[in-house]
Design a protein around this ligand. Structure first.
Ligand SMILES: [Zn+2]
Length: 71
């Protein structure tokens, strides 16, 4: 049977592919953690409102929720 002849080759291939996929998976986890860091909710230094990092205005090292809170 041809199947049994290629079976060791397949096992060898899988053994070589496992570290490759493990690396890919770890990279995926790493990028996911990085994304989590970008999803931070930060408090406005003036009014105390919690705003998403992407909406945050940073001026002179302080965080503000909107232009209304800018000094
Ligand atoms: Zn504010």
């Amino acid at each position: 049977m041809v199947f049994f002849k290629i079976l060791p080759l397949l096992i060898l291939l899988i053994i070589f592919l496992i570290p490759f996929f493990a690396k890919k998976y770890l990279q995926f986890l790493f990028t996911k953690n990085k994304d989590d860091k970008n999803e931070e909710i930060i408090m406005c230094d003036k009014c105390g409102t919690y705003v998403h990092e992407s909406l945050l205005i940073i001026k002179k090292g302080k965080n503000f929720c909107s232009e209304n809170c800018l000094p």
